[in-house]
Design a binder for this molecule. Structure first.
Ligand SMILES: *[C@@H]1O[C@H](CO)[C@@H](O)[C@H](O)[C@H]1NC(C)=O
Ligand SMILES: *[C@@H]1O[C@H](CO)[C@@H](O)[C@H](O)[C@H]1NC(C)=O
Ligand SMILES: *[C@@H]1O[C@H](CO)[C@@H](O)[C@H](O)[C@H]1NC(C)=O
Ligand SMILES: *[C@@H]1O[C@H](CO)[C@@H](O)[C@H](O)[C@H]1NC(C)=O
Length: 352
């Protein structure tokens, strides 16, 4: 299906070039994929991971993760597709293979690669998995090994997800003491990572703004999933405002004559909030209550006891819930966020 679409694009875009020169922005948004990116490289955490974590260590490989897509657990932290899959869809490339599987599926290397590991951050977190610096090292090594050429990188987009694990780790050890200056260092480290990815030759780098952490079920549980935590969301706004400043400065330093900026922020805060404030627009009935939870404290979505009896409950209709577990959206949730980003015209800037 994707291929037949692609073949239609040259004709379609020629038509647009000839007849709609006055509407170049629309033209870019509608017809770019043919000339634009052919690969997606992904860095970050569980909002972007599509299977890098080993089976044995993560719930993402246990039932009922993946029940909606691909129909069984496949390492995604959701019942189905995650942010990466939707960004790939928008770029009209296949969702890139997880780094861990690169040798098993060499025919998929051409779509790029996903280096994201659930639970990680820009700094080391509570999981002994590659932080973002190390994830970028992996790509650097693949370039040295000539798995990817300069041209490959020129034709690529990077997606960078920083969804808050650094803050989770910090709060566990230090509470909220000194948090604002830690926010500054997280953004500073993110900025260094963006510069490094650009230095490797990636043409366009898309970084997620922080989603409203205060609305995640793990935070709203204290109000029986009724109210977002405003204190946490204020921290998120600080992060996002510093990220905005950093990215704006980076783009001002760019000397390219491109129509669009190199660094683009994906506004996950506004898109999450908009879906949560108008859930019915997106056929979401269950907005703050997670779909899959442990039957009691000590258990979580995916838990079984030592006799393999399941210790979690799944809602009747994951397709009408926004949140899957205590921190991750469902496929329906991600799909709604993706649609919202599209109607906000936020995604056309990731093409070129
Ligand atoms: C990333 O992880 C490596 C290996 O654990 C560590 O040496 C490095 O300091 C970490 N980088 C950051 C920015 O925390
Ligand atoms: C907690 O605070 C101490 C002292 O300010 C700091 O050295 C440490 O890095 C902080 N912990 C984390 C996880 O950042
Ligand atoms: C920001 O990052 C740069 C490069 O990694 C580092 O040299 C500098 O010390 C950082 N500044 C702060 C305030 O963390
Ligand atoms: C909101 O989150 C903050 C930490 O960011 C926490 O200290 C506070 O207790 C939370 N409030 C509620 C009502 O849960």
């Amino acid at each position: 299906m994707m291929n037949s679409h692609k073949q239609l694009f040259p004709l379609f875009s020629l038509f647009l070039v000839l007849y709609l020169l006055g509407q170049r922005v629309v033209l870019q948004a509608e017809a770019s994929p043919q000339h634009g990116p052919t690969k997606l490289f992904v860095f970050g955490d569980s909002y972007a991971d599509t299977g890098n974590i080993q089976r044995t260590v993560s719930n993402s490989w246990k039932d009922p993760y993946g029940i909606t897509f691909p129909g069984k657990p496949a390492g995604r932290f959701s019942d189905g597709r995650v942010l990466t899959d939707y960004i790939a869809k928008y770029l009209k490339v296949k969702s890139p293979i997880p780094y861990r599987l690169r040798k098993l599926m060499p025919q998929h290397l051409k779509y790029g690669m996903n280096f994201a590991f659930g639970g990680t951050g820009v700094f080391n977190t509570f999981v002994p998995l590659p932080n973002m610096t190390t994830q970028i090292d992996f790509l650097e090594q693949l370039i040295k090994d000539k798995v990817y050429t300069t041209l490959d990188l020129t034709n690529s987009v990077a997606l960078v997800s920083v969804a808050g694990n650094d803050y989770g780790r910090y709060m566990l050890t230090n509470g909220s003491q000194g948090l604002p200056s830690f926010v500054a260092s997280v953004v500073n480290q993110t900025r260094s990572n963006l510069i490094r990815i650009k230095g490797l030759g990636v043409k366009k780098i898309v970084v997620g703004a922080l989603q409203p952490l205060g609305c995640l079920p793990q935070e709203t549980a204290t109000s029986s999933f009724q109210r977002c935590n405003a204190t946490s969301n204020a921290l998120v706004l600080l992060h996002n405002s510093l990220l905005n400043q950093a990215v704006t400065k980076l783009n001002q330093l760019e000397t390219t004559k491109d129509r669009y900026s190199t660094f683009v922020i994906l506004n996950l805060f506004d898109s999450f909030m908009s879906v949560l404030n108008h859930p019915s627009t997106h056929n979401i009935r269950n907005k703050l209550t997670p779909c899959c939870v442990g039957v009691s404290s000590g258990y979580s979505c995916g838990s079984v006891d030592k006799n393999n009896v399941k210790k979690y409950r799944v809602c009747d209709d994951p397709k009408s819930a926004f949140f899957w577990d205590l921190v991750h959206p469902t496929q329906a949730g991600w799909h709604a966020v993706y649609n919202k980003l599209r109607t906000m015209n936020a995604l056309q800037h990731i093409l070129y």
